[in-house]
Design a protein around this ligand. Structure first.
Ligand SMILES: Cc1ncc(COP(=O)(O)O)c(C=O)c1O
Length: 357
């Protein structure tokens, strides 16, 4: 029987979750796949995971493995809010644009959005929506959610996160971080995970795994226990309680062991830098014309603008998404298994398409 149905030569830059499972993660799943363990998180892997997260984020950290990033965000945010609470976020935040309304429809959470050209909130931008407490007509802004690295491939510095946390807390609000790509942030900042989370004042974190080599699995991490309640019940209520949790936990342990999270993210970031560097070199020597960059490349994504029609022709060979089709803006994401050859092939194909544009 043929088990493999796909073409191994098909490579792309659509998303970091197009990549498969990192071999070290697959080994961890295999190692956990022996004998019986208690279901629903009462297993030894989930107990060990709690220790691992405490080592990375501090002794007070509590970890709740879930299936996916949308689930981590929706359940984590619910645990931070009363029924009348609202969340301030950017208009490009994944919770706003790419979760099918789950925060609103499943979580019952009003989102209050702010435009942020580079995907990053600031205290000043937060103030555009952080007002109206006590007004019974206004959904109460009680949480701010930032994404690290952002949906636009940029990264908050420690000082930027701390300034936001201080501001948010001074307003009596709490700070949530969507860390679907938190490893890429650690890699670009060159800092331990806790430096720009726990130590910078983040209260609750969605810790990403899937985009960095897991089969599937993310975690809600409570960094400030007084900022969250009810997760013991909310996970099941929101269909995010895995019965075979040992396999999610084993993967997350592998990710946080021997710096796998960092090695993989450093590689993905380096491949994005290679792509950006090659394109900039081509622009400088005139071999590439018509390409512009719409964001800084600070992690594993490159955001670019192309002459009309080029993206569609290139997509016949490499998958990637339009980001804003109205201005021919595209997004190219690199993953832990993007190779230098992938980048070089892609740059060569783009150069050929531009020459015929
Ligand atoms: C910023 C961000 N947050 C969260 C997610 C998690 O999404 P999913 O529910 O697909 O795991 C993603 C995935 O695209 C993302 O880019």
């Amino acid at each position: 029987m043929t088990l493999r149905l796909h073409d191994l030569d098909l490579r792309g830059f659509a998303s970091d979750n197009y990549a498969g499972i990192h071999p070290e993660v697959l080994d961890a799943i295999t190692a956990a796949n022996q004998g019986h363990q208690i279901a629903y998180g009462e297993d030894v892997y989930t107990a060990r995971l709690q220790q691992v997260f405490a080592e990375h984020f501090g002794d007070q950290a509590q970890v709740f493995p879930v299936f996916n990033g949308t689930g981590a965000n929706v359940v984590g945010l619910q645990s931070m809010l009363p029924r009348w609470g609202a969340v301030v976020c950017t208009s490009t935040a994944h919770i706003h644009t790419d979760e099918a309304g789950a925060p609103e429809r499943v979580g019952g959470i009003k989102l209050l959005t702010v435009d942020a050209p580079d995907g990053k909130l600031t205290p000043e931008l937060i103030d555009q929506q952080a007002w109206g407490w006590g007004d019974e007509h206004r959904a109460q802004p009680l949480v701010v959610s930032i994404t690290q690295t952002t949906e636009l491939g940029t990264a908050y510095t420690v000082d930027e996160v701390r300034a936001i946390a201080d501001h948010v807390h001074s307003l009596g609000m709490k700070l949530h971080m969507d860390g679907a790509r938190i490893s890429n942030a650690a890699a670009t900042l060159g800092l331990p995970l806790r430096a720009f989370t726990t130590d910078a004042g983040v209260d609750v974190l969605s810790f990403g795994g899937t985009k960095n080599g897991l089969l599937y699995g993310e975690a809600i991490v409570v960094l400030n226990p007084s900022a969250s309640e009810g997760l013991h019940y909310l996970r099941k209520l929101n269909m995010q309680l895995s019965s075979k949790m040992r396999f999610v936990s084993a993967q997350l342990i592998a990710l946080l062991t021997d710096d796998l999270y960092l090695r993989s993210a450093q590689h993905a970031n380096a491949m994005a830098a290679r792509l950006r560097g090659a394109l900039e070199a081509g622009i400088a020597d005139g071999s590439i014309q018509g390409v512009g960059f719409s964001q800084e490349t600070q992690a594993n994504g490159v955001f670019a603008t192309l002459p009309a029609g080029v993206a569609d022709r290139l997509r016949e060979h490499f998958r990637f998404y339009d980001w804003d089709a109205s201005r021919n803006e595209v997004r190219w994401m690199c993953s832990f298994d993007t190779s230098e050859q992938d980048i070089d092939d892609f740059v060569a194909a783009l150069t050929r398409e531009l020459a015929t544009a």
